[in-house]
Design a protein around this ligand. Structure first.
Ligand SMILES: Cc1cc2nc3c(=O)[nH]c(=O)nc-3n(C[C@H](O)[C@H](O)[C@H](O)COP(=O)(O)OP(=O)(O)OC[C@H]3O[C@@H](n4cnc5c(N)ncnc54)[C@H](O)[C@@H]3O)c2cc1C
Length: 486
């Protein structure tokens, strides 16, 4: 069945608005244009949202009632978390004959339970990621998801994008961290699978359908997630390597010799770090000499291990002696470690100051990263002479943000007009190396065409079948992941 056609869509009458208002009350109802602005402006400025109404439910029952109304009136429902997504997934595109309401999870913000002995936490979708981390830490546990937007992104958004971040190497993505989910479905039913079990082989693992679904199947209202022991010993190093092949060899040696204590393995090219030094006060590479590539490596354990720093230093000294790493420092204190992570987390912000950028979030098997970077760099330099490659990311996950800053002195609009053409060719290289055109940011609106190009055939047909089974009227987040009329 196709998504509801225009003729079936009821215009948003004021009585319908009154119905929504009676569900959420005055505190959960926003129709004032100026107050709506912050919800409609997307973090990279690529999309500007439009909606007649923003609803801020504070209970699961309210979310379910809103979706029931959306189904009754054939109104699109666009879930939004912290609005830090990078593909336009939480942006409503309401029109007069195809209305969409934005449903913000902001007021669904309770930590429902922490079970330190089961190493689990149950929290509502609108809890900011940093709040979940802090709640876990207060209970002496670690919630390991960590990313640059953690002060604003929300648990429901993290689940709906299957967020990755800087500790995937050790703890996995959200798919690995979620034990149970509570989801309001488009018809107003609630899927309550908020279980905190590690083992539960009772048929299909339905929660996985909603993780990474970008709000196209239902509204995640709460989740039970895994916790881990707090790290008691952490060693963080900043290294210089001459090329991506050396970075890969360093990663393989670190994983082999430091084992599962290896928690993060990030990389960045020289230009990225120069942009940070130029634009972010107090942030710069701690090494005296510039290098073509840098690595941020973290090793951690729940044990109190006074020898770990020494082991890491000996390991690095060996690699230095073989010439694999050119230089490096190990953070000697908490503040030094924080400074290294600040440098890493400032990379996107620093790039913004260099004008327009075209961004890619690709993954390849780790061993293919050097080929990807070499081929993609040569491609874009041929397509746009003078383009500046800003490449950084999670090398241990085979994930690079292969970003392009416009050549200095050129027109931003002309550069951005080439986004889809350039990206398609960059993605072609990633796919040819066995990789993905979207490693962690998802599809949203930005990559709908790319999904059809690279995941067409059986995978897309099955995804469409699932969408139709759960959301036959197509009210959940229209135009995201799939074209508006698929
Ligand atoms: C500086 C910066 C660094 C980042 N680093 C990383 C990184 O390292 N790794 C990474 O994976 N991402 C990263 N991101 C992207 C972004 O932060 C993540 O995708 C994050 O998980 C989005 O969460 P959010 O709450 O902001 O979701 P939003 O942007 O509000 O929404 C994202 C998608 O999820 C849907 N959604 C939101 N809440 C719900 C809900 N409760 N139920 C159903 N659907 C919902 C929306 O409809 C939308 O499709 C970064 C972004 C920034 C700005």
């Amino acid at each position: 069945m196709a998504r509801a056609k225009t003729s079936h869509v009821t215009p948003l009458f004021s009585e319908i608005a009154a119905d929504f208002r009676s569900v959420v009350g005055p505190d959960g109802f926003l129709d004032d244009r100026s107050a709506m602005d912050a919800y409609l402006t997307e973090s990279r400025g690529l999309y500007r949202g439009e909606t007649p109404l923003i609803l801020l439910p504070s209970t699961t029952a309210q979310v379910a009632a809103i979706l029931r109304l959306c189904t009754r009136y054939r109104i699109g429902a666009v879930p939004q978390g912290g609005n830090t997504g990078l593909v336009g997934g939480g942006v409503p595109c309401s029109t007069a004959d195809r209305p969409e309401v934005l449903i913000s999870a902001r007021r669904l913000n309770r930590i429902r339970a922490i079970d330190p002995e089961n190493f689990s936490i149950t929290a509502e979708a609108g809890c900011v990621l940093a709040t979940v981390q802090e709640a876990a830490a207060r209970a002496g546990r670690l919630f390991p998801l960590s990313l640059g937007a953690e002060g604003s992104c929300q648990l429901g958004g993290n689940i709906s994008t299957n967020a990755g971040g800087t500790a995937v190497l050790r703890f996995g993505t959200m798919r690995d961290l979620v034990l149970g989910l509570e989801v309001a479905l488009p018809d107003g039913r609630v899927l309550d699978s908020l279980r905190s079990l590690r083992k539960d082989n009772t048929g299909y693992d339905l929660k996985q359908l909603f993780i990474g679904a970008e709000g196209t199947l239902g509204f995640v209202t709460a989740a039970t997630c895994k916790l881990f022991p707090q790290p008691r010993t952490v060693v963080t190093a900043w290294l210089a390597v001459s090329d991506v092949r050396s970075a890969i060899a360093t990663y393989a040696a670190a994983r082999d010799q430091l084992g599962d204590d290896l928690t993060a393995f990030e990389f960045a090219n020289r230009l990225t770090v120069e942009f940070v030094a130029k634009h972010i006060p107090g942030s710069h590479s701690p090494l005296g000499v510039a290098s073509p590539w840098y690595l941020l490596v973290e090793v951690s354990t729940a044990r109190l291990d006074a020898d770990l720093a020494l082991q890491v230093q000996e390991f690095l000294a060996k690699l230095h002696a073989t010439g694999l790493i050119a230089d490096g420092v190990v953070a000697a204190s908490g503040p030094q470690r924080d400074a290294l992570w600040r440098l890493r987390h400032s990379m996107s912000e620093a790039q913004k100051k260099e004008g327009a950028s075209i961004k890619h979030d690709v993954s390849v098997p780790v061993a293919g990263m050097a080929d990807f970077v070499a081929q993609a760099t040569s491609l874009v330099q041929g397509l746009v002479p003078g383009v500046r490659v800003v490449a950084f990311g999670h090398l241990g996950d085979g994930n690079v943000h292969f970003n392009l800053s416009q050549p200095p002195g050129t027109d931003s609009a002309d550069f951005l007009a080439r986004w889809s053409d350039i990206s398609h060719q960059v993605h072609e290289i990633a796919v040819s190396l066995g990789g993905s055109f979207s490693a962690e940011h998802g599809i949203g609106m930005l990559k709908v065409q790319e999904l059809a190009s690279w995941r067409g055939g059986v995978p897309l047909q099955l995804m469409q079948a699932v969408k139709r089974a759960i959301d036959p009227l197509g009210i959940m987040n229209p135009g995201k992941v799939f074209p508006a009329e698929f």
